[in-house]
Ligand binder design. Structure first.
Ligand code: ATP
Length: 216
């Protein structure tokens, strides 16, 4: 069964084509690493996929999209804003419900930062901010994860912990990753982009780091 099946994907900036036209069919259970050198089109492709599947996905954009003045709790809660009434969301801004607080605290604990629950995201480090965006995606609890370099600001052990949590937490994922070892360890399919076209598409168990490095 397909998680999504997209064709005719294209993107241009200032009249210059940077993606496609290309097609991408993703089956449930596939965890895809999007790889390729800087400028190959990975972020643009993640954005295009999100535009097409939108509400059915959890998104971790490269720029994170956090509201700096709000505490970590509220930034994570935003993952479910469209699932609740205006009344529920407004009340949560003032006095969050115990069940939501517990769920968010548990997610943050998994990501090694439960003590930051009520800290404004403005005062967090880059790696902590990245984990808030990841917690927001996990809290959304969609079956499909779309993520753009979600562990780029994390140290080695934390990057592994987060990649494991993401592969356990989502049935299907498409993750732009520049770390080839993480791609091979946590994703079961590798899609390589070159100048906005798919130049490599195979299962991880049939690829080595050297095969992937040929794209760079
Ligand atoms: N806002 C923009 N305006 C003009 N050109 C853009 C814009 N965003 C991206 N591009 C161009 O589109 C192409 C693909 O960019 P994209 O960010 O998708 O690549 P990427 O593979 O994600 O790169 P990186 O690994 O550096 O994040 C590049 O040539 C880039 O210069």
């Amino acid at each position: 069964m397909s998680a999504f099946d997209l064709s005719g994907l294209t993107a241009s900036y200032g009249g210059e084509r940077v993606i496609g036209p290309l097609s991408l069919s993703v089956k449930q259970g596939e965890h895809i690493a999007l790889v390729g050198k800087s400028g190959a089109g990975k972020s643009t492709l993640v954005r295009l996929i999100h535009e097409r599947v939108n509400r059915d996905s959890s998104l971790v954009p490269q720029e994170l999209g956090l509201v700096n003045a709000l505490p970590v709790f509220h930034n994570v809660f935003m993952g479910q804003l469209d699932r609740h009434s205006v009344w529920y969301n407004t009340w949560t801004l003032i006095r969050p419900f115990m069940s939501d607080k517990e769920k968010v605290r548990e997610l943050l604990q998994d990501l090694g930062m439960s003590e930051k629950l009520w800290i404004p995201t403005l005062s967090l480090s880059g790696g902590q901010r990245q984990r808030v965006a990841i917690a927001r995606a996990l809290f959304r609890n969609a079956s499909l994860l779309l993520a753009d370099e979600p562990v780029s600001a994390l140290d080695g052990p934390m990057a592994h912990l987060v990649m494991k949590r993401l592969s356990d937490g989502f049935n299907t994922s498409v993750i732009a990753l520049h770390d080839v070892d993480l791609a091979l360890s946590y994703c079961n399919r590798i899609v390589g982009l070159e100048d906005g076209q798919i130049a490599l598409d195979d299962t991880s168990d049939r690829l080595t780091a050297t095969d992937i490095m040929s794209l760079y």
